[in-house]
Design a protein around this ligand. Sequence first.
Ligand code: ADP
Ligand code: ADP
Length: 232
Amino acid sequence: EAMVTVSRVGKTYGRRDNKVAALDDVSVRFPGGRFTAVMGPSGSGKSTLLQCAAGIDRVDSGEVELAGTFLNKLSESALTKLRRDRIGFVFQAFNLVPSLTARQNVALPLMLAGRRPKRRDVDAALDRLGLADRRRHRPGEMSGGQQQRVAIARALVTRPQVLFADEPTGALDSRSSRQVMDLLRELVDQQRQTIVMVTHDPVAASFADEVLFLADGRIAGSLEAPTPELVA
Ligand code: ADP
Ligand code: ADP
């Protein structure tokens, strides 16, 4: 069953003679408990699709539905609340707060969602990502792979229905990439976490259940049970 349904979505940037159709009539369903990768050339609309599906960006036309809620019908404040309560987002550049410890970074979304962070929950999120010995470290004191795992712990601490990740291994070496992808795969297999990930990396994409290909703002195809060779 679909966790996220994107129906006939259009999204254009710029105006007048300077228009770019980032998404052109895109329809796709992201099933619950599955790991979907989105691939395609630079500029094909991958980030725009992810941001529209996650309620970070508004669509110009069409609809995005998250488990029964139509995002385009929500007010700004309702959309902000939905993002905080029901969605996790991981970025290529980690986007951690440099002055805060791992624990404090992970506690942040709970505070923003108006929940009182319990140390037990924060530490459980860090432990699950293999960061039990990094709780008091600040981002500058951690490797890229460790920082990205803190960012994933932060994205998951609110127990979101969907985890979106935009090039999560884009800034990592191959060893850290593999560790991050093993963890994402485990989340799907052991906790039925729904994940949608944009990536350029065929090895990262091969951890997904399905790869969706975008070209020029349209769905160009999809592939089940991807291998690095098949998606390269
Ligand atoms: P991808 O993630 O596949 O590289 P994007 O979704 O970032 O593609 O971009 C799709 C198209 O929309 C590109 O032509 C890009 O230049 C354009 N675009 C994306 N974001 C903006 C923006 N904020 N303003 C103007 N154009 C944008
Ligand atoms: P410690 O308190 O063990 O030195 P940190 O340096 O990571 O650990 O935390 C600094 C402060 O951040 C703590 O004193 C505490 O007030 C707050 N903090 C850390 N983790 C949590 C949490 N899970 N929930 C609420 N507050 C926390």
